[in-house]
Design a protein. Sequence first.
Lengths: 338, 338
Amino acid sequence: MAGRARIKDVALAAGVSTATVSRALSNPERVEKSTRDRVLKAVRATGYRINAAARDLRSRRARAILVLVPNLANTFFSRIIASITEAAETEGLAVQVADSRGDPARLAALAHDGRADGIVLLDGSLDAEMVRSWTLPVVLLCEWNPDYGLSGIGTDNAEAARTAVAHLAGLGHRSLLHVAGPAGNDIAEARSEGFLAACAALNLQGTVVPGDFTMASGEAAVASWAEDRCATALFCASDECAIGAIGALRRLGLNVPSDISVVGFDDIDFAARFIPALTTLHQPRAAFGREAAERMIALLRLEDEADMFRILMPSELVIRESTAAPPGVAVRGAQGSA
Amino acid sequence: MAGRARIKDVALAAGVSTATVSRALSNPERVEKSTRDRVLKAVRATGYRINAAARDLRSRRARAILVLVPNLANTFFSRIIASITEAAETEGLAVQVADSRGDPARLAALAHDGRADGIVLLDGSLDAEMVRSWTLPVVLLCEWNPDYGLSGIGTDNAEAARTAVAHLAGLGHRSLLHVAGPAGNDIAEARSEGFLAACAALNLQGTVVPGDFTMASGEAAVASWAEDRCATALFCASDECAIGAIGALRRLGLNVPSDISVVGFDDIDFAARFIPALTTLHQPRAAFGREAAERMIALLRLEDEADMFRILMPSELVIRESTAAPPGVAVRGAQGSA
DNA sequence: AATCGATGTGTAATCGATTACAGCTTGCAA
DNA sequence: TTGCAAGCTGTAATCGATTACACATCGATT
C-alpha cells in the first residue's frame, strides 16, 4: 500500500523512460526485445502493478464490463456470470457484477461512473426510460424488453413452451396448466403465449395461472389447482416454481409423476438432483455468457454504432423423472431402459 | 459517452471553481448553502457524473471492496454477497465480486490494481503465501485458514457438529456417518473433529468418510455406506452433499427419514424446499455479510494496523423432515403438532 | 552522398478529479 | 479604527498512467 512501485520507479530501475515501460507492457511489439526484457525484469524486481485508476483516466476506458443481474442468489444467473467472466477475461476485460434491483440512482451511478465500458443486462423489468438513458453499450441477455431498444441474446421461449406441451401431449395428457412468470415480463409472456398456442394447435385444454418464477408461486398455483384438479400436468415458467409446486403437491399426498406431471424451465443445477429429477427446458447458459461477452467485445471495438441484433439460441427439452403418462393412461410403446 | 459533462463544465455553469464543485459534492458542509444549491442545480442541468478514475487516482482510494468467492454458482455465497453489498453501499462503498478460483495472477491483479481498497475473502483454500502477500486489508469470511494470518468471521463448526450429533442421538441413533468436507479445509475439519468428539462423548459409533461439499460426494458416500449399512444417520458437511446423498439413497429404494436420517449444513435456500425438507445447521449468512462489511469499513477507516479478530457467530440447528428415529426405535415422548 | 522510411525511444501534454495553500470577506473584540 | 479569527472560495499542484510528437539511428535507395 504505502511503498507500491510506480511506473516511474520501474523506468528508473530499467534505465528507460516511463513511455517505454508503458509500451513494453501494453504494446510489447513496439519496443526492442532487449529493452522489453530489461523492463520486465524491472517490473518483477520492483513488484510493480499498474494503477488502474491512472490508466483508466488517461485512456478513457475501464477495460471492464458490468453485469447486472436481478438476483445474485439465483443460480441460473451465476452460471451465466461465470461464463461471461471466462470469455471476457481472455480478452483482458474485467467483469463487475452487481444487483440490478433497488435504487435507480445506484444503478445510474454504476452505469456512469466510468468503471465499466459496457453493460450486460440480465434484467428485463427495469424502467425502460432509465435503461435508454444509459450511454454505454448494453447487451440484453436472457430477458427481453422491447422498450429498451437494445440488442439482445436469448432463447425462443414460445418455441420452448411448444416443445414442453408437445412432450406432455405425447405422454397422453389432454389438460394442461401453465404457471406463468410475472406479468409484464416479456419472456414469461412468450412462454405463456407459446403454451396457449401449442395447446390450441394440439387441441388440448390449456389453462394459465399467474406466477412469478418463485417457489412460492409454484405452491400457490398448486393450491388453486387443487380446487378442481382439472389438469393432469403442470408446465411451470421456471424450475424454482416447479420445485415449489412439487413440494406443495407432495404435501397434498400426491406423487409426481404418477399422479401429476411437472415440467420446469431453465435446468438449474438442482433440477437434475431434485427428487424427482425435473423434466425441464435446458437453457444454454454457458453459450449465453460466451455469446454476450463476444458481442460486447465487438461492440466495444466498434467506435460507432453497430447494427442491432437479436440472437435466439435454442432451449432443449431434458426429459427426466417428473413427467409420465397421466393416471389411467397406458404408456404407449414404452421402451426398455431409462 | 462523447459529451459527458466534466467538473469544469459544472463549475462554469454554476459560476464557481472546480474546487467548489468538488467540495459541494463531497463535503457539502464546507460550502455556503446558496453556493451548494447553485452547484447542485448545475450538476442536474449538465447531467454531470463524477469520473471514478479521476477521483480514485487523486484520492488514492477506490471506495470499493472486492468480494472473492470460490464459486459464484453457489447460492450459499450469493446470499452473503447481497448482504455485504447492502451494508457497504450505505457507507458509499461499491462492491466488486469475483471468482477466487483459477489463475493466481488474475487474483493478484484484482487485488492490486487499485480498484478496491479491501478484500472480503470467502475462500480458505488459496495459497497462503499469495494471500499473505496481499497488501490490502483482508477479512476472511466463513472459511478459515490459520496460515493466512488474517482476521476472520465465521461460525463455530465444531460446536455446530456437536449440535447435529446431539440431535441424532436424541432421536435414538447410535451409529452415525459423517460425510466430510475437503481435506485441508479448516472448517470442514472442524466439523469432522466436532463430530467425532461428540460421538465419543455420547458413546456413539461415529465414522467419517471423505467428501468435498458437492452433491457428487454425497452420492459417493452413500455408495460406500451401502456396503455395510452400519450407520442409521448421515451428517453431511454441506446441504448440497446431503441432497446428493438423499438422491442416491432414494435410488437404492430407501426413504429418508424413515430408513435413514440425513442432516445437512448451511441451510441453503433449497434446504427448506427439498423433499424431504432438510434438517440442517443454519448459518447466519445475512449477519455474516453485515459483520464483514462493518469490519472492513472499520479497517479502512483506521489508517494503521487494527487488532486482529476472530468472530464466531452461532449456527442454529433447524429441524425439518429429513431426520427421525431410526427404524425399529420407538419415538420416545413424541409430542403433538409439527 | 543525400534522401528516405522504418524503427525505437524520450519529452511533455494530458486525462478529470481532489486538496494544500492562499486570498478575500465578514463579524466581532479591543 | 484596527486586528484577528473564521468561513468561504479560487489557484494551481498533484495523483500515475498513456500517447502525440519529436528526435535519433540505421540501412536501403537513388
